[in-house]
Design a protein around this ligand. Structure first.
Ligand SMILES: C[S@@+](CC[C@H](N)C(=O)[O-])C[C@H]1O[C@@H](n2cnc3c(N)ncnc32)[C@H](O)[C@@H]1O
Length: 226
Protein backbone atom coordinates (compact mmCIF):
# COMPACT_ATOMS: atom_id res chain seq x y z
CA UNK A 1 0.00 0.00 0.00
CA UNK A 2 2.70 2.44 0.95
CA UNK A 3 4.75 1.58 -2.15
CA UNK A 4 1.79 2.06 -4.47
CA UNK A 5 1.01 5.35 -2.75
CA UNK A 6 4.59 6.43 -3.31
CA UNK A 7 4.38 5.38 -6.96
CA UNK A 8 1.14 7.25 -7.51
CA UNK A 9 2.51 10.39 -5.94
CA UNK A 10 6.01 10.31 -7.38
CA UNK A 11 4.92 9.50 -10.90
CA UNK A 12 2.34 12.25 -10.83
CA UNK A 13 4.94 14.85 -11.68
CA UNK A 14 8.27 13.20 -12.11
CA UNK A 15 9.42 10.30 -14.19
CA UNK A 16 13.02 9.67 -15.04
CA UNK A 17 11.86 8.32 -18.41
CA UNK A 18 10.10 11.60 -19.16
CA UNK A 19 13.09 13.66 -18.02
CA UNK A 20 15.40 11.56 -20.18
CA UNK A 21 13.06 11.84 -23.16
CA UNK A 22 12.89 15.63 -22.79
CA UNK A 23 16.66 15.75 -22.43
CA UNK A 24 17.06 13.88 -25.72
CA UNK A 25 15.02 16.61 -27.42
CA UNK A 26 17.29 19.41 -26.19
CA UNK A 27 19.90 21.02 -28.40
CA UNK A 28 23.19 19.10 -27.99
CA UNK A 29 25.32 20.38 -25.12
CA UNK A 30 28.89 21.45 -25.78
CA UNK A 31 31.98 19.86 -24.23
CA UNK A 32 32.10 22.37 -21.40
CA UNK A 33 28.55 21.73 -20.16
CA UNK A 34 29.08 17.97 -20.47
CA UNK A 35 32.29 18.22 -18.44
CA UNK A 36 30.51 20.26 -15.75
CA UNK A 37 27.69 17.70 -15.60
CA UNK A 38 30.27 14.93 -15.14
CA UNK A 39 32.08 16.81 -12.37
CA UNK A 40 28.80 17.63 -10.62
CA UNK A 41 27.75 13.98 -10.75
CA UNK A 42 31.12 12.66 -9.53
CA UNK A 43 31.29 15.12 -6.66
CA UNK A 44 27.52 15.01 -5.92
CA UNK A 45 27.16 18.74 -6.42
CA UNK A 46 23.47 19.35 -7.14
CA UNK A 47 23.01 21.33 -10.34
CA UNK A 48 19.93 22.07 -12.46
CA UNK A 49 18.93 19.50 -15.07
CA UNK A 50 19.85 20.31 -18.68
CA UNK A 51 16.14 20.92 -19.41
CA UNK A 52 15.98 23.51 -16.63
CA UNK A 53 19.23 25.12 -17.82
CA UNK A 54 17.88 25.36 -21.34
CA UNK A 55 14.65 26.87 -19.97
CA UNK A 56 16.59 29.46 -17.92
CA UNK A 57 18.48 30.60 -21.00
CA UNK A 58 15.21 30.84 -22.95
CA UNK A 59 13.56 32.82 -20.15
CA UNK A 60 16.36 35.39 -20.18
CA UNK A 61 16.10 35.68 -23.95
CA UNK A 62 12.27 35.82 -24.10
CA UNK A 63 11.99 38.34 -21.28
CA UNK A 64 14.92 40.40 -22.55
CA UNK A 65 16.30 40.44 -19.00
CA UNK A 66 19.46 42.52 -18.75
CA UNK A 67 20.09 42.48 -15.02
CA UNK A 68 20.12 38.96 -13.63
CA UNK A 69 20.75 37.76 -10.08
CA UNK A 70 21.51 34.16 -9.17
CA UNK A 71 21.49 32.85 -5.59
CA UNK A 72 23.52 29.60 -5.48
CA UNK A 73 26.27 29.36 -8.11
CA UNK A 74 27.97 26.08 -7.14
CA UNK A 75 30.44 25.41 -9.99
CA UNK A 76 28.54 27.69 -12.38
CA UNK A 77 26.50 25.22 -14.46
CA UNK A 78 23.25 27.20 -14.34
CA UNK A 79 25.31 30.40 -14.53
CA UNK A 80 26.57 29.36 -17.98
CA UNK A 81 22.96 29.15 -19.26
CA UNK A 82 21.99 32.47 -17.65
CA UNK A 83 25.11 34.16 -19.06
CA UNK A 84 24.46 32.74 -22.52
CA UNK A 85 21.00 34.29 -22.32
CA UNK A 86 22.52 37.56 -21.10
CA UNK A 87 24.90 37.57 -24.06
CA UNK A 88 21.81 37.72 -26.31
CA UNK A 89 20.08 40.48 -24.34
CA UNK A 90 23.17 42.62 -23.69
CA UNK A 91 22.77 41.83 -20.00
CA UNK A 92 24.91 40.81 -17.02
CA UNK A 93 24.65 38.24 -14.25
CA UNK A 94 25.49 38.72 -10.58
CA UNK A 95 25.88 35.30 -8.96
CA UNK A 96 26.56 34.47 -5.33
CA UNK A 97 27.66 31.46 -3.39
CA UNK A 98 29.05 31.44 0.12
CA UNK A 99 31.22 28.42 -0.71
CA UNK A 100 34.41 30.15 -1.90
CA UNK A 101 35.97 26.97 -3.34
CA UNK A 102 32.96 26.26 -5.55
CA UNK A 103 32.70 29.87 -6.60
CA UNK A 104 36.36 29.90 -7.68
CA UNK A 105 35.70 26.87 -9.87
CA UNK A 106 32.69 28.67 -11.34
CA UNK A 107 34.95 31.60 -12.23
CA UNK A 108 37.27 29.21 -14.07
CA UNK A 109 34.43 27.50 -15.97
CA UNK A 110 32.89 30.81 -16.99
CA UNK A 111 36.31 31.92 -18.22
CA UNK A 112 36.57 28.74 -20.27
CA UNK A 113 33.11 29.47 -21.66
CA UNK A 114 34.25 32.95 -22.68
CA UNK A 115 31.50 34.46 -20.53
CA UNK A 116 33.39 35.69 -17.46
CA UNK A 117 33.12 39.34 -18.49
CA UNK A 118 29.32 39.04 -18.31
CA UNK A 119 29.34 37.67 -14.78
CA UNK A 120 30.07 39.26 -11.41
CA UNK A 121 30.89 36.67 -8.73
CA UNK A 122 30.28 37.25 -5.07
CA UNK A 123 31.39 34.90 -2.28
CA UNK A 124 28.71 36.00 0.14
CA UNK A 125 25.97 34.54 2.28
CA UNK A 126 22.75 35.60 0.56
CA UNK A 127 21.01 36.27 3.87
CA UNK A 128 23.64 38.86 4.79
CA UNK A 129 24.35 40.19 1.31
CA UNK A 130 20.85 40.71 -0.12
CA UNK A 131 19.84 43.39 2.41
CA UNK A 132 22.91 45.39 1.30
CA UNK A 133 21.96 45.34 -2.40
CA UNK A 134 20.38 48.55 -3.60
CA UNK A 135 19.96 47.83 -7.33
CA UNK A 136 17.03 45.94 -8.87
CA UNK A 137 16.98 42.96 -11.23
CA UNK A 138 14.87 41.88 -14.21
CA UNK A 139 15.27 38.18 -13.42
CA UNK A 140 16.26 36.43 -10.19
CA UNK A 141 17.09 32.72 -10.04
CA UNK A 142 17.09 31.05 -6.63
CA UNK A 143 18.86 27.71 -6.16
CA UNK A 144 20.52 27.69 -2.73
CA UNK A 145 19.54 26.35 0.73
CA UNK A 146 15.99 25.01 0.52
CA UNK A 147 15.31 25.75 4.21
CA UNK A 148 16.10 29.44 3.61
CA UNK A 149 13.75 30.03 0.65
CA UNK A 150 11.17 31.89 2.73
CA UNK A 151 13.84 34.27 4.02
CA UNK A 152 15.26 34.85 0.52
CA UNK A 153 11.77 35.66 -0.72
CA UNK A 154 11.27 38.49 1.76
CA UNK A 155 14.66 39.93 0.84
CA UNK A 156 14.23 39.48 -2.92
CA UNK A 157 10.81 41.06 -3.47
CA UNK A 158 12.15 44.63 -3.22
CA UNK A 159 15.00 43.69 -5.57
CA UNK A 160 12.70 42.70 -8.44
CA UNK A 161 11.65 45.34 -10.99
CA UNK A 162 7.92 45.62 -11.76
CA UNK A 163 7.26 42.97 -14.41
CA UNK A 164 10.40 41.11 -13.30
CA UNK A 165 10.69 37.33 -13.04
CA UNK A 166 11.53 35.24 -10.01
CA UNK A 167 12.50 31.64 -10.77
CA UNK A 168 12.96 29.15 -7.95
CA UNK A 169 14.36 25.63 -8.34
CA UNK A 170 13.56 22.42 -6.41
CA UNK A 171 10.14 23.56 -5.23
CA UNK A 172 8.58 20.10 -5.63
CA UNK A 173 11.48 18.54 -3.70
CA UNK A 174 11.44 15.12 -5.37
CA UNK A 175 7.63 15.16 -5.24
CA UNK A 176 7.67 15.03 -1.44
CA UNK A 177 5.72 18.30 -1.09
CA UNK A 178 2.67 16.47 -2.53
CA UNK A 179 0.28 15.50 0.29
CA UNK A 180 0.52 11.76 0.99
CA UNK A 181 4.08 11.39 -0.37
CA UNK A 182 6.24 8.94 1.54
CA UNK A 183 9.77 10.01 2.54
CA UNK A 184 12.29 9.62 5.36
CA UNK A 185 11.28 11.55 8.47
CA UNK A 186 14.66 13.33 8.49
CA UNK A 187 13.27 15.45 5.63
CA UNK A 188 10.10 16.46 7.55
CA UNK A 189 11.36 19.95 8.38
CA UNK A 190 12.62 20.68 4.85
CA UNK A 191 9.46 19.39 3.21
CA UNK A 192 7.35 21.42 5.64
CA UNK A 193 9.42 24.54 4.89
CA UNK A 194 9.05 24.03 1.13
CA UNK A 195 5.28 23.52 1.41
CA UNK A 196 5.03 26.72 3.47
CA UNK A 197 7.15 28.59 0.93
CA UNK A 198 5.07 27.40 -2.04
CA UNK A 199 1.79 28.30 -0.34
CA UNK A 200 3.13 31.73 0.55
CA UNK A 201 4.47 32.32 -2.98
CA UNK A 202 1.24 31.15 -4.64
CA UNK A 203 -0.82 33.56 -2.54
CA UNK A 204 1.52 36.52 -2.68
CA UNK A 205 -0.28 39.68 -3.77
CA UNK A 206 1.19 41.44 -6.79
CA UNK A 207 2.57 38.26 -8.36
CA UNK A 208 1.34 35.78 -10.94
CA UNK A 209 2.78 32.33 -10.27
CA UNK A 210 3.12 29.10 -12.24
CA UNK A 211 4.65 25.92 -10.85
CA UNK A 212 6.34 23.93 -13.59
CA UNK A 213 6.66 20.20 -12.85
CA UNK A 214 9.92 19.40 -14.59
CA UNK A 215 13.43 18.98 -13.22
CA UNK A 216 12.87 19.04 -9.46
CA UNK A 217 10.01 21.50 -9.87
CA UNK A 218 10.43 25.13 -10.89
CA UNK A 219 8.38 28.07 -9.62
CA UNK A 220 8.01 30.99 -12.00
CA UNK A 221 6.64 34.20 -10.50
CA UNK A 222 6.15 37.49 -12.31
CA UNK A 223 5.87 40.70 -10.35
CA UNK A 224 2.97 42.76 -11.62
CA UNK A 225 3.69 45.97 -13.50
CA UNK A 226 1.88 48.03 -10.76
C1 LIG B 1 22.09 23.55 -5.61
S1 LIG B 1 23.62 24.36 -5.51
C2 LIG B 1 23.52 25.51 -6.85
C3 LIG B 1 23.57 24.84 -8.18
C4 LIG B 1 23.65 25.80 -9.36
N1 LIG B 1 22.57 26.77 -9.34
C5 LIG B 1 23.57 25.02 -10.68
O1 LIG B 1 22.46 24.56 -11.02
O2 LIG B 1 24.60 24.87 -11.34
C6 LIG B 1 23.35 25.37 -4.13
C7 LIG B 1 24.50 26.31 -3.75
O3 LIG B 1 23.98 27.31 -2.87
C8 LIG B 1 24.98 27.69 -1.98
N2 LIG B 1 24.33 28.30 -0.81
C9 LIG B 1 23.56 27.70 0.12
N3 LIG B 1 23.10 28.60 1.00
C10 LIG B 1 23.60 29.80 0.62
C11 LIG B 1 23.49 31.12 1.14
N4 LIG B 1 22.77 31.39 2.22
N5 LIG B 1 24.14 32.11 0.48
C12 LIG B 1 24.89 31.85 -0.63
N6 LIG B 1 25.02 30.63 -1.15
C13 LIG B 1 24.39 29.61 -0.54
C14 LIG B 1 25.73 26.39 -1.67
O4 LIG B 1 27.05 26.67 -1.26
C15 LIG B 1 25.64 25.64 -2.99
O5 LIG B 1 26.83 25.71 -3.74
Amino acid sequence: MRISQFREVSFLFYSFELEKYLEDLLPPRDELLLEMEKVALEETIPVVTPAVGNFLQMLVEISGARSILEIGTAIGYSTVYLARGARQTGGKVLTLDMNKGRLQRAVEYLQKAGLADLVEFSAENALKYLPRLSRQFDLIFVDAAKGEYQEYLELLIPLLVPGGLLVVDNVLFRGWVVPGAVFDSKYDRMVGAMRGFLRHLAEMPGFRVSILPFGDGLALARRSLE
